[in-house]
Ligand binder design. Sequence first.
Ligand code: SAM
Length: 280
Amino acid sequence: MRLNDVIEGDCIDVLARMPAESVDLVFADPPFNIGYQYDVYDDRRAKADYLDWTAKWIAAATRVLKPSGSFFLAIGDEFVAEHKVRLDEQSLTMRNWIVWHYTFGVNCAKKFNRSHAHILYYVRDPKHYKFNPDSVRVPSARMTTYADRRANPVGKLPDDTWVLRPQESDEHFRPDSDTWFVSRVCGTFKERVSHPCQMPEAVLERIIRVATDEGDVVLDPFAGSGTTLAVAKKLGRKYLGIELSEQYADGVRKRLQMIEFGADETEPVAPVKKRVPVRK
Ligand SMILES: C[S@@+](CC[C@H](N)C(=O)[O-])C[C@H]1O[C@@H](n2cnc3c(N)ncnc32)[C@H](O)[C@@H]1O
């Protein structure tokens, strides 16, 4: 299996050629079937056709997952329930239904603006999986707000509402929550590349750190702009992406090269924090 690359092609075909039980983490951000303008893929398929395809790629991705592997799937409101049902059908076990809260979503005229996506977190074996709590701890409210001496000095695990920039919303989104707060990648951001649904690196950083160790294999069957691969590379993981579009795959290769040449302009992926200081 060729690693540390992006393969152009249909993920179901490519996954079928990969050895079974060969990757530690699958992160998948498939098309949401809501009419996004991709260059090749048609994001307005008949519902039955989309769901039939969803079941097939989920089964194909599960086959390549190691027995100790984790599967994170990002999806919107429209089809989150259907994706959960299909993950359950693979005999995977759900560990968290994470809500990623973001800013800079699309402004609506006649309904509330959407500011979240879902990240379903599953493992193959509920007794044997990789979860690195110390790599993703955040300061607890006991530390930041109450200066409580009983606080664990190394912080606590994030809640399943993820808040990655708590400084912007102290009151509503605690940093230890399962609602994650990360802005979408705006046009002015340094990490912005040319792709309609680029994920922020901060979301992938937390997932890759918690579910893998250095040298583990991370697979993204819908590579898009290459966020998963870029973060995996920065964190010393092996990686493999699959992308239908030749143009996007070229973009991913360029993005990975920029990291190789030290020319990546994004904020550096944060080093692991060993201790979180307690406020006096
Ligand atoms: C939501 S985007 C992924 C965005 C990515 N997470 C990022 O951060 O840039 C989905 C991607 O899946 C690709 N795609 C659609 N169908 C595919 C297929 N059958 N196999 C591989 N890639 C596919 C699309 O071209 C698109 O780039």
